[in-house]
Write a protein that binds this ligand. Sequence first.
Ligand SMILES: [Zn+2]
Length: 398
Amino acid sequence: MLVVVARRLIDGTGGRPLDWPAVVVDDAGRLAYVGPRLTLPPLPPTTRRLDLGGLTLLPGIIDAHVHLVFDGGPDPVGALATQDDATLLRAMAERATRMLCSGVTTARDCGARGALAQQLQRAIASGAVCGPRLIVSGAPLTTPNGHCHYLGGVTGRGVAAVRAAALRQLAAGVDWVKLMVSGGRITPGSDATRLQFDEPEVRAAADAAHAAGRRLAAHAHATASIAAAVAAGADSIEHCTWLGPDDTIAYDPAVAAQMAERSIYACPTTHLRFREVNSRRGAGWLEARLTTIGRMHAAGVPIAFGTDCGIPHVPHDRWAEGIVWLEHAGLSPVAALHAATGAAARCLGLSTEVGTLTVGKRADLIAVEGDPARTLAALGPVRWVMQGGTIRVGERAA
Ligand SMILES: [Zn+2]
């Protein structure tokens, strides 16, 4: 057994921080006590103790939208094309280790080449590779020459073709089917304002996933694609950009209300370069984009944090800036941290295991400098990382 004490604790539920906390981790790597130091129950004399001083304890970060096949360099798609599967898998493992060391203890890979994400998932689960607990979506389903076609998930149009493609991914072991409902920006010739699949096709993918007890992630920039995905039963809307046909922001409160009512998650993919990527679109764009995130949150749409790391100039170990953007969008600091912990866990179907510092869950926790409950601008460097009771970064117990 191990008892960890620190200056404060944010438990990932969205509730108030706790001053002078203690956390007890049992020998199975689960949380046995989370609460004030003063009410710590008597512990066996063999219990080890770790004092993290002035640090703040948080649940391990959950990044609900990552791409381990992309390198986060200037040209991830070009770099990918030059690598065979064995080389790529080694690079993915190295990125996963960097993510874990930065404090990301769980992640959903939202699109990889072939079945490489499943291979990495198995390697991490077996302990052969250190990395975040991985939830995977395999190769994203897309149209010929459609967004991310080079990852291998090309399907023809029509309900039967999409259903067959979804079943192939499910047979290959994915946790989520990922469907590129709209076009995207990093694929030449693809149009983010247009639908790649219509509502019956999205429903075919959603039904196939649900029948297998799994979920559908809909990549959807265009407002029409968000509406189609919501109507068709998608479980999460990736990017959720609310792009109108004229390529301006066109938020639809009626669709957002359906997302709130049915607990369909928005994963707005905020990241290190959110300002650059959005400001490029012209004056006022960044503010309009942030406003849509704030409006969704205010309307009760559950938000899962994701960085889209791996895309150009967004490395895998820089999640903090992405959460700060959620605060700029109007979420309180603890609500933004909830999106990256408890809410993301619920989105991924892992809420009984991880996401909050709750007795019985796995001991995934990190410690940062500063007081992020006051403002996320105070979110300091990650000094300590524990995953499933194993200390990955920082001080060991005495
Ligand atoms: Zn993505």
